[in-house]
Design a binder for this molecule. Structure first.
Ligand code: ZN
Length: 155
C-alpha cells in the first residue's frame, strides 16, 4: 500500500495537441533549453520525440536501419495524428551517440556529419509531409549558456 499523497502538477492540462514537434537527443543537459527555444519561437507546448542522437536516426543511409525505421514511423504517427505543422530538429555538440559512432574521426568530422544528418532529416520530412515547416538547429554550449544556431537547409 502506497502511503504517499498524489502529486498534482502546477501545469494546467490543455486538451488540444501542440502543433510543433521537437525531435532531439535524450541528453538531459539540453531539455530545458529546447523548451526555452520553443517558447521563444512562439510555442507554449511541444510534442517531443527524444532518442539518443535525435535527428541522426532520420538519416537512414547512416543510422542503423531498425532504429531509423522506428523513429521515422514515430515521427509520422505524431505529425499526422496530432496535425503537426512545424518540426524542430536539434543536434547538439558533445553528443554521446555521435561520439560512440564517429568518435575517432574527431569533432570537426562529427559536426559536419551532424549538419548533413539535419539536412537529410529535414529533406525526408518535407518530402513525406507536404507543407510542413522544418527548422534544424545545431545546439552548443558557450560561456555557460546554450546556443541554438539555425542550420540552412542547403549549402
Ligand atoms: Zn546526444
Amino acid at each position: 500500500m502506497i502511503d504517499e499523497k498524489p502529486f498534482v502538477s502546477r501545469h494546467r492540462y490543455e486538451h488540444h495537441h501542440p502543433t510543433v514537434l521537437a525531435i532531439y537527443c535524450s541528453d538531459g543537459r539540453f531539455t530545458d533549453a529546447v523548451e526555452d527555444l520553443a517558447t521563444h519561437l512562439g510555442h507554449e507546448r511541444i510534442d517531443t520525440l527524444t532518442i539518443p542522437g535525435g535527428p541522426a536516426l532520420l538519416n537512414r543511409w547512416v543510422a542503423d536501419y531498425l532504429e531509423s525505421d522506428t523513429i521515422t514511423r514515430a515521427a509520422r504517427f505524431l505529425i499526422i495524428g496530432h496535425h503537426i505543422e512545424e518540426v524542430l530538429l536539434l543536434a547538439h555538440a558533445n553528443c554521446g551517440y555521435y561520439q560512440s559512432r564517429h568518435g575517432t574521426m574527431g569533432p570537426e568530422f562529427i559536426a559536419e556529419q551532424q549538419v548533413q544528418d539535419l539536412r537529410h532529416a529535414a529533406e525526408q520530412l518535407q518530402k513525406e509531409h507536404t507543407g510542413i515547416r522544418v527548422r534544424p538547429f545545431f545546439v552548443h554550449p558557450e560561456a555557460e549558456r546554450i546556443h541554438f544556431k539555425p542550420v540552412a537547409l542547403h549549402d
